[in-house]
Design a protein around this ligand. Structure first.
Ligand code: ASP
Length: 344
């Protein structure tokens, strides 16, 4: 049967081409994608396109934009086999993380991609990224099931779980990494899927649903030597604040100074959710290893294990949107909801 792909262009470098006369980079009209990238015809898939209007630089991505994207996927969910989202690279990891939580019981591929060079430039990485993403989104196994029914990011021949990625390089074609989870697939001569690492539903046919309420009353505090307790107190007392992501040292450590711990404990006692993630990209928070981590745990801080910052934010936005009950949210923070975290 003919495979069908819904290709969504949100903006970013990938959708630019050089104007013939002036040489200036301008967004190209996605209705004409098959003329711009004629290689796509060779797939023989039904490819429908949708372009955001206006398109955005991904620096302007925000929860409203994620809701628009999620609703668009929901509207078209039954009409297509897979979804490819062309997105600026700067915040792609945030958007992919957010969508992974917003799309519940996803059973179809949602592949984010973009490029470092515009698709209309000679040495572009955009064509390769686009073509392989479409192939991945359309790929099925021998039972006719999608190979990757997850929100993913494809970049420079590698497919990552979306909520495990971070952009780490501003100028290389290899711009993304998944520090704490192996690649889901690699594109060489063939696209090789690591099926043992991909999340497949235990039972197919569950009801797909979309969460559109996100609560952004969250902030991020990066610990540094010399951090002032006054500063922390000021942040913790922001009206409406419900959760703080504490970016700590190494395996989840922070200063042991009494006032510092007291300030955190008081905030937790007043109902603030404090989630501990590491400033290190690789490895995990382990609050039982050092006295400094144990002290945070005693103060009521919750381990974020090996969550990326992008994923920690998305998980909190999503959970705070789902419930007003801090006990429930803390319980859910300790669970692996979308493959975003590994427990030791
Ligand atoms: N600033 C652009 C964006 O994120 C960069 C890119 O597309 O790679 O939209």
């Amino acid at each position: 049967m003919e495979r069908s792909i819904f290709l969504i262009y949100t903006g970013g470098t990938i959708g630019m081409k050089q104007e013939h006369d002036s040489g200036a980079l301008v967004p190209f009209n996605f209705d004409h994608i098959l003329e711009e990238v004629p290689e796509l015809r060779k797939f023989g898939y039904r490819i429908s396109t949708y372009s955001f209007d206006p398109v955005i630089d991904s620096s302007d991505a925000n929860p409203d934009f994620w809701v628009e994207l999620a609703v668009l996927i929901n509207k078209n969910y039954l009409l297509y086999d897979g979804f490819v989202i062309l997105h600026g690279t700067d915040t792609m990891a945030y958007s992919a993380s957010a969508l992974s939580f917003m799309l519940e019981n996803l059973e179809k591929p949602v592949v984010f991609t973009g490029s470092q060079l515009p698709i209309g430039m000679l040495r572009t990485d955009g064509k390769e990224n686009l073509i392989s993403s479409i192939e991945i989104a359309a790929s099925v196994n021998s039972a006719g099931r999608p190979m990757v029914p997850e929100v993913c990011v494809f970049f420079d021949n590698e497919l990552y779980r979306g909520n495990r990625t971070s952009k780490y390089n501003a100028e290389n074609f290899k711009a993304f990494r998944s520090y704490n989870y192996p690649v889901l697939a690699r594109a060489g001569i063939h696209i090789k899927f690591n099926t043992n690492l991909i999340n497949y539903p235990k039972m197919w046919g569950r009801k797909f649903s979309v969460h559109t309420v996100l609560d952004t009353n969250v902030t991020v505090v990066r610990i540094f030597p010399g951090i002032s307790v006054d500063f922390l107190n000021a942040v913790f007392s922001v009206a409406g604040l419900r959760a703080v992501i504490l970016e700590t040292y190494g395996s989840g450590n922070a200063p042991t100074e009494e006032n510092f711990l007291k300030c955190i404990k008081e905030a937790v006692d007043e109902g603030l959710i404090v989630l501990n993630i590491s400033q290190c990209q690789e490895g995990s928070v382990e609050m039982d290893t050092y006295a400094t981590g144990i002290a945070l745990k005693r103060a009521g801080v919750i381990s974020g294990y090996d969550l990326t910052l992008e994923s920690a934010l998305a998980k909190l936005f999503y959970l705070l949107g789902v419930s007003s009950d801090a006990v429930f949210i803390k319980k859910m923070l300790k669970k692996n909801l979308r493959g975003e975290v590994s427990f030791k």
